[in-house]
Design a protein around this ligand. Sequence first.
Ligand code: CUA
Length: 364
Amino acid sequence: MQTNSWVPLFPDQASTFAWQVDLLYAYLIIVSIAFTIPIVAAIFYFGLRYREKEKYATPDEMHGSIALETVWSIIPFVISMTIFLGGAYVYYNQFRIPDDPAMEVYVVGKQWMWKLQHETGQREINELHVPVGRKVKLTMTTEDVLHDFSIPAFRTKTDVVPGRYTYLWFEATKPGKYHLFCAEYCGLNHSGMGGFVYVMEQSDFDNWLSGNVSGQTPVEQGRDLFENKLGCASCHAGGPQQRGAKLEGIFGKEIKLVGGGTVVANEEYIRNSILNPSSQVVEGFQPIMPTFKGQVTEEQLLGLVAYIKSLSGVTGTTSSSGIAGATQAQSNSASNSTQAPRADRGNANTKGSNPNAPAANSNR
Ligand code: CUA
């Protein structure tokens, strides 16, 4: 990995927000230098200029100066506000996950490795291949302790927390091989818990993707669990007479809960509804669902989440026709649901799989 940014100490700038972080950092350094040098110089100057010349000297008293006080209030105010606004802008950019990522990757951390899975099913360990110029969203969790997914060249990192999902996104700007680290001390081999992110041209990425055994996609894995292994479909297959809440089209929507609250149906909510079903019961339903805690692994949970998202048409471009087609075929062959939700499911997936839509949105 070569380092050719303007300060040789810094790693490559390889994401859309890398330059913003560096600019903010440079500004902080400049402000620090601008204060440190005059203060140190003043210490020496005053030490010499006003050194003790006679015992018990009494200096002239000073009674305030509007001009001076105004200046030393306004300058620090402007400096601190520009730091605050710059920081808020960069933070907002980095930690508001885009609604229209071109690609999603599921990440599970464990002592001491990163396990990643693409929407198209390909699995990677300690390596992540992504296309250049596309918004990539990571949905992350861990099987054991706290980890932190960190890519210095992208100037981004996010804690990976047991028992919940955290998210990270980036848009790589330069093909290359970049370090991936765990940035949270997680035990003996923490320092070895890392690898590389490979940023590739879209065509190279497509080649890479097609050259790898994909196996089940997360959506297929989730559907298998949903319909067969866990039997979720016996209550949640859709249709008016179901004991379980409707899952088609809910993703990203606000859900009314028993007791009057609302919650946005995101990945975290779906996860919580599987593990702690009685904690957020949808209005109009009974808290009869059993918990699946201890019966599903983190990777299976991510599959279920991916499947339930797909019922709302939420899939990225790289998964395009394959997954959507499969899901549609599956829903058409589903036996015990009524016509209406089946049609919804098919339409939603057709819309989500439009390969042109996210491409048009990927220019920032
Ligand atoms: Cu995982 Cu440090």
